[in-house]
Ligand binder design. Structure first.
Ligand code: ADP
Ligand code: XUL
Length: 533
């Protein structure tokens, strides 16, 4: 049944690496509006490539914080021009690429509190950030700080037991420690540190939003069991950090109404609630309504693999985050940095820049690629920690090139073998009934999903919207209001459209890929040895 034309709407936003996206749903969970702003082409004045600036050392990766602010101005203007009625929005939530930090300058809270509706956010917030270029998840420049943190808490495993992950360069605490040590004056001039998610929520609230438990788990600072900041981690990171971070809150909290700026400039209702914003991967888990036994594979700028788990068993590989939709549960996540951008490079070099030709190469080459396989770590990979490109023929001999079609399959098979290998090491196993849920930009490509299905020997499903993060945030906005009367997330979203089956494994897949997985694990060991030397 269609909802009435003036019925309430729920808005979800996603501040991701390459773009800002929005989706609105009605009370029947139907998507009624979608919009986006691409950073590189719609905001060229910030001179980003893929939404980021890569510094000369190749390790430091940042994005201009005012680009995100301006993107929000632009997105809301676009939505208004498209006839979107903001007064119908009962609640909104959102997500951000995980781990990045936003440093608010002293006095910024007062500015946020008094935003004048005649001006854009970009004009009003020009002077509000003590760091113009925010470190983002692609950064790997804080190795020293990672060593220091692990040493301070009693080792990598101990840190993983407290925070859900050993120290990772991109995790926010290590980025904060680096800033505090290298730019002490700037640190002193900072009155608040937000994640990208809580920064975005702060814009809507006209005041500082709390960091939510789920995105907060990606900082190497939160104790994932007590769901409060770990004293030992805070003290090892930087001075007065608890004041700069504020107290964390559940991911389903209503953090307040939208500020009068949004009411007066864009016509939002005064009672529109702003729910905690969270990380893009937790939001995606919500958007896919992930269930026990499912495995989600997100094919965005980064590729991520995530699972719903009840009992955390942190290890030296992968991450455990607090679950965004169930306060007792957790999620496990693996992040692979060389995802879509590497597929784009090989598409440009081997398929004339065309996804159609890239897909045809996958169709025209056999399962298992006649034994040819590759490792494509264009930038320092997170899982596993390695860099460089390595190609092997069926005899396990390293070769310097492959024909274009074979290279395309070697890349995609290699990527998915890696996703499966590391998921299995984290305790995942394919059982009858396993569903692979695919999302992210590349999940619109059927041939890529066929390889995913074959390598995992399991059916692959997608949801209508190729990007589940915005949808997850819209669901979370709806749930946040209902949660106040005790409704569970799954009660609220039970009538959402079911994921669509898009690929089933080839009958020969298990035989080909079980064997290839063992081989891939051996070759990965040899690549790791080479990559270290
Ligand atoms: P993010 O949320 O990290 O900004 P998205 O999930 O929107 O990223 O994914 C963007 C990526 O999707 C692009 O970098 C592009 O490589 C990839 N993509 C888009 N269309 C296709 C396609 N048809 N086949 C493969 N990859 C695609
Ligand atoms: C997850 C991670 C990335 C970012 C950007 O740990 O670093 O997936 O969230 O999407």
């Amino acid at each position: 049944m269609a909802a009435a034309p003036d019925s309430p709407l729920y808005l979800g936003l996603d501040f991701s690496t390459q773009q800002l996206k929005a989706a609105a749903i009605d009370g029947n969970l139907r998507v009624v509006h979608q919009d986006s702003v691409q950073f590189d082409c719609e905001l060229p004045e910030f001179r980003t490539q893929g939404g980021v600036h890569i510094q000369e050392d190749k390790l430091t990766v940042t994005s201009p914080v005012l680009m995100w602010v301006k993107a929000l101005d632009l997105l809301l203007d676009k939505m208004k021009r498209a006839g979107f009625d903001f007064s119908r929005v009962r609640a909104l939530s959102g997500s951000g690429q995980q781990h990045g930090a936003v440093f608010w300058r002293r006095g910024a809270s007062q500015t946020l509190n008094q935003l004048h509706p005649d001006q854009s956010l970009h004009q009003l917030l020009q002077g509000s950030f003590s760091v113009a270029d925010s470190p983002v998840w692609m950064d790997s420049s804080s190795t020293q700080q990672c060593h220091d943190l692990q040493a301070a808490v009693g080792g990598a495993l101990k840190l993983a037991e407290i925070t859900g992950s050993r120290a990772y360069e991109r995790f926010t605490g290590n980025q904060i420690a680096k800033l505090c040590q290298s730019r002490t004056e700037v640190y002193r001039d900072t009155e608040r540190i937000s994640l990208i998610s809580s920064f975005a929520a702060s814009l809507f609230l006209g005041g500082y939003a709390a960091i939510d438990f789920s995105d907060g788990s990606g900082m190497n600072l939160l104790d994932i069991r007590t769901r409060s900041w770990s004293k030992v981690c805070l003290e090892a990171t930087a001075p007065h950090l608890d004041c700069l971070l504020g107290s964390p809150l559940p991911s389903s909290s209503v953090q307040g109404p939208v500020s009068s700026y949004f009411v007066r400039r864009h016509g939002f209702s005064e009672s529109c609630a702003v729910l905690s914003f969270t990380g893009d991967n937790p939001a995606s888990l919500a958007g896919m309504r992930l269930q026990q036994g499912d495995i989600a594979v997100s094919l965005g700028t980064s590729d991520t693999v995530f699972l719903w788990i009840q009992q955390p068993r942190p290890a030296l590989e992968g991450h455990i985050f607090c679950n965004p939709v169930d306060r007792q549960a957790y999620m496990a996540l693996l992040c692979f940095k060389n995802g879509s951008l590497t597929r784009e490079r090989i598409r440009n070099e081997c398929a004339g820049g065309s996804w159609e030709t890239f897909s045809a190469a996958l169709r025209d080459t056999p399962l298992g690629n006649n034994g040819n396989v590759g490792f494509y770590f264009d930038t320092v990979e997170i899982t596993p920690s390695a860099v460089g490109v390595y190609r092997f023929d069926s005899e396990d001999s390293e070769v310097s090139s492959l024909s274009p079609q074979v290279e395309v399959r070697a890349l995609v098979e290699g990527q998915f073998l890696s996703r499966r290998l590391h998921a299995e090491r984290l305790g995942y196993s394919i059982i009858p009934g396993t569903r692979v849920l695919a999302t992210g930009g590349a999940s619109s490509n059927k041939e890529i999903l066929q390889v995913l299905s074959d390598v995992f020997n399991a059916p692959v499903y997608t949801i209508d919207l190729s990007n589940s993060t915005c949808l997850g945030s819209a669901y979370r906005a709806l749930h946040g209001l209902a949660a106040e009367s005790g409704a569970s997330f799954f009660d609220v979203v039970k009538n959402a459209p079911e994921p669509q089956l898009v690929a089933t494994p080839h009958p020969a897949a298990q035989q080909v890929y079980d064997h290839m997985l063992e081989r891939y694990a051996r070759l990965e060991d040899s690549v790791l040895r080479k990559s270290c030397t």
